[in-house]
Design a binder for this molecule. Structure first.
Ligand code: URA
Length: 231
């Protein structure tokens, strides 16, 4: 195999061993006062006061993950949008609506899925009266990582799906490219099945109706693979 392909292949495999992950999570959790072996409900309560980075200052509230503690599938987005920030729930705005209908098409009931984000506060900048989404930076993503690790440890999902580059790079490193590995099951110690696909917002941003339709079809096909993996 071409050495560049091999290097890329190695890079996309999540490196941290569970023991390393637990050690790192414990260290970070200690600093951030994340209760060890906490339930999702306890984590959610503690996260309300998180000030690990400055994003809390302009956000309405911490928006933690949501779903049944017995959920087998964990979906990870980037960060909440305007609606999510106001309502205190993940994926309830336009991207969430698209996600819901794609899940239905793939035969997955959203009520059986745990949905969270790499970053738990809304980062935005004002444009007139509107709050425009701003991409979180590496420091903000790193500051939020212990919460994601704690959620994964508490839920122990069978499947993890990263929606978009921010979530995928949070788990697989900054060199990871969703465009190269989209829809593949990746070797990872985080869960038996781990996959990255596009973020639903990218489908909403498609330049024309035909592209949007094609992208939605591909997204549903990725979700169907997950549905098959857990059946
Ligand atoms: N986009 C995300 O990544 N997460 C949300 O919760 C909403 C929009």
């Amino acid at each position: 195999m071409d050495s560049r392909v091999l290097r890329r292949k190695r890079r996309c495999q999540f490196a941290a061993h569970p023991k390393v992950m637990v050690k790192r999570a414990r260290k970070d959790a200690g600093k951030m006062r994340i209760p060890l072996e906490a339930s999702l409900a306890e984590l959610q309560e503690t996260a309300k006061n998180c000030k690990a980075c400055d994003l809390w200052k302009n956000a309405t509230q911490t928006v933690f993950g949501e779903g049944m503690p017995s959920a087998k599938i964990m979906l990870i987005g980037e960060q909440r949008g305007d609606q999510e920030d106001l309502q205190g729930k993940p994926f309830v705005g336009p991207a969430g609506k698209l996600l819901d209908s794609a899940l239905v098409e793939a035969g997955i009931d959203r009520k059986t899925v745990y949905v969270t984000n790499a970053v738990k506060h809304f980062k935005w900048e004002p444009r007139g009266k509107r709050r425009i989404h701003k991409k979180p930076n590496a420091a903000e993503i790193a500051a939020c990582r212990p919460w994601l690790d704690a959620e994964i440890a508490a839920l122990q999902p069978k499947v993890i799906v990263c929606l978009g580059a921010t979530a995928a790079q949070t788990l697989f490193g900054r060199d990871f490219r969703v465009t190269l590995h989209r829809g593949e099951f990746l070797k990872s110690t985080l869960a038996p099945f781990v996959m990255a696909t596009v973020h639903p917002s990218s489908i909403l941003r498609a330049p024309d109706e035909e592209t949007r339709h094609e992208e939605l079809k591909r997204f549903i096909a990725d979700l169907k693979k997950i549905s098959r993996a857990i059946s």
